[in-house]
Ligand binder design. Structure first.
Ligand code: SF4
Length: 544
């Protein structure tokens, strides 16, 4: 049989581990039973690109994985391929099938079967039986409609010995050409978060450290500079996490290891290991979701606000490892005002990045099952975004989206972070009012640096006039247009001017100078006319 792996990724740099993880489990004799081809690319390539290449290969069977952001795209490709090759069989797996699958199969009759759960142990047997049409689905995890149209559901497959699986790096499909690789060091999570697909009863199964050491060394030899550790909560087991950090530290910052951590679990041994790790060794994704304890408890998380805050403060204070944090709008009992309050807390702590996402009710999660009980309205189509809850209106969630854009544009960009942090910490109502303004001001605009500067400057002019000076200084530091916004208010200093210029470099004629005048102070900026960068070289504030 001609088998086609259809691998659709959200971007060039992201690549799913599913295909190499499955392929690695096949012995040579099983693999030789069929001829294999992989069609791999990102959403950017377009539906026709995938369709044409898939049809060109003329497969007998297509295997693919669906998740939130490739679901609609992949289905469009597959329905076209099926129209062009009516006899082609299509079997899908991935997180999109962790929930109820009957409705999907009835609606999409051209899909022969879907698979629920972890596939590695079942896959070799499936490949052996793949030539027989329905018999091959009589295994854990497969859901399909039989020849009488009756729905058959074989439950959820679970890998029994994750630590014994052959590593995906052994597969010819392992994506060595990407900017980073993913390394799954354990499967299962100690937590039971109601919104997460890992929040189930699965027992935690860990790859032994000695094996991790060998695999990391092989990855290092390939010249990889970034490894994303797939360990649902890296620091849940302090002793193991500390040993792993010591192992990572051997690479002396040559490889950056991304880990997902729980900010409340900062035991002393773990602290000691990360404090000793060379700068650049670690990148932390610290899952917060919300600081509101009632909200967290409704999702089976029982974190204490103060402990979480202390954990984030501690990690950020180290200043040698990147700390990314996240909040989720739309969780039960989480109001818009609480979201703003939580953002204030995080902005004051000053982690390297804050991500604000809207809750998505993923198939198979507890929260999706309980959506009715909590009065959560959500989109029935991927990515299943929450649209409204009794605690946050639809408008509130749209505003939360704009808040997320603001945080991304002005906080997560180091060039603007200091400005936003100052504006938010000096003015309690700034974030809320700016979001209301941004809602309209940014509509249809390209959000380049100049428009970002104009939007925030116009806003401050109208609502926080005392803050326009801070925005103007930032504008001049970045070196945005001298004919627009605050730039148009700046004054060029000429070599013939009588005005004393504190930045004047007598030895160079390459520099240009401008200043902003305010009562009692003058802000000076120097620029180099010969470099491509428009950024100011130096800044000086004169008080008088
Ligand atoms: S959100 Fe994180 S801690 Fe919670 S169940 Fe999922 S992986 Fe575990």
């Amino acid at each position: 049989m001609k088998v086609l792996w259809l691998d659709i990724n959200s971007s060039y740099s992201h690549s799913s581990l599913a295909i190499p993880a499955m392929d690695a489990q096949l012995s040579a004799s099983v693999k030789e039973m069929h001829s294999w081809e992989i069609l791999s690319g990102s959403l950017k390539m377009g539906i026709s690109w995938f369709t044409q290449r898939a049809v060109e290969y003329s497969p007998d069977i297509i295997l693919s994985t669906l998740w939130l952001f490739n679901h609609s795209f992949a289905m469009e490709v597959l329905s076209r391929v099926h129209s062009l090759i009516p006899g082609v069989r299509i079997v899908l797996g991935g997180p999109e099938f962790l929930g109820e699958n009957e409705g999907f199969l009835i609606k999409n009759r051209f899909i022969e079967a879907v698979f629920r759960g972890e596939g590695e142990e079942v896959f070799p047997e499936f490949v052996k039986r793949m030539g027989e049409t329905t018999d091959c689905y009589e295994m854990d995890g497969f859901c399909y409609l039989d020849k009488n149209g009756k729905y058959r559901d074989n439950g959820t497959a679970q890998v029994k010995s994750f630590h014994k699986l052959l590593p995906p790096e052994q597969s010819i499909y392992f994506p060595w050409d990407k900017p980073f690789v993913q390394l799954e060091t354990s499967r299962g999570c100690f937590n039971r978060c109601a919104f997460c697909i890992s929040g189930n009863q699965r027992i935690i199964d860990e790859v032994p450290l000695a094996e991790m050491e060998i695999r990391i060394e092989k990855i290092h030899k390939r010249g990889i500079k970034e490894i994303r550790i797939l360990d649902r909560t890296f620091n849940a087991n302090t002793i193991r996490a500390s040993k792993m950090v010591r192992l990572f530290s051997k690479y002396n910052g040559e490889i950056e290891f991304h880990t997902e951590i729980h900010p409340s679990f900062m035991e002393s041994e773990f602290r000691d290991s990360i404090e000793k790790a060379p700068a650049g060794t670690l990148h932390f994704e610290a899952g917060i979701q919300s600081f509101q304890e009632k909200t967290l408890a409704s999702c089976n998380r029982y974190d204490k606000k103060e402990k979480t805050i202390n954990g984030i403060k501690y990690l950020s204070s180290l200043e040698k490892h990147q700390v990314h944090t996240d909040l989720i709008a739309g969780l039960p009992f989480y109001t818009y005002q609480q979201l703003i309050d939580d953002l204030h807390i995080l902005i004051e702590i000053n982690p390297a990045e804050i991500q604000l996402e809207s809750l998505k009710l993923l198939p198979g999660t507890e929260l999706r099952k309980k959506a009715g009980e909590y009065g959560i309205k959500f989109s029935q189509l991927p990515p299943y975004e929450v649209l409204e809850t009794p605690d946050i209106s639809h408008t509130g969630l749209i505003k939360a989206h704009f808040l997320s854009v603001i945080i991304d544009l002005y906080y997560n960009n180091p060039e603007w972070r200091g400005l936003l942090t100052g504006l938010v910490t000096r003015n309690n109502s700034f974030l809320e009012k700016f979001t209301d303004h941004f809602f309209y001001a940014a509509y249809g605009k390209s959000l380049n640096n100049e428009n970002k500067g104009l939007i925030i400057w116009n806003f401050c002019n109208s609502y926080f006039p005392a803050e326009t000076e801070a925005v103007s200084i930032k504008w001049m530091e970045i070196g945005l247009s001298f004919t627009k916004g605050p730039g148009a208010e700046s004054i060029p200093w000429k070599y013939s001017d009588m005005l004393h210029n504190p930045l004047f470099d007598k030895g160079s004629r390459e520099h240009t100078y401008r200043y902003l005048e305010y009562p009692g102070r003058r802000h000076w900026f120097s620029y180099n006319r010969k470099t491509n960068s428009s950024k100011s070289l130096a800044k000086f504030t004169e008080l008088f």
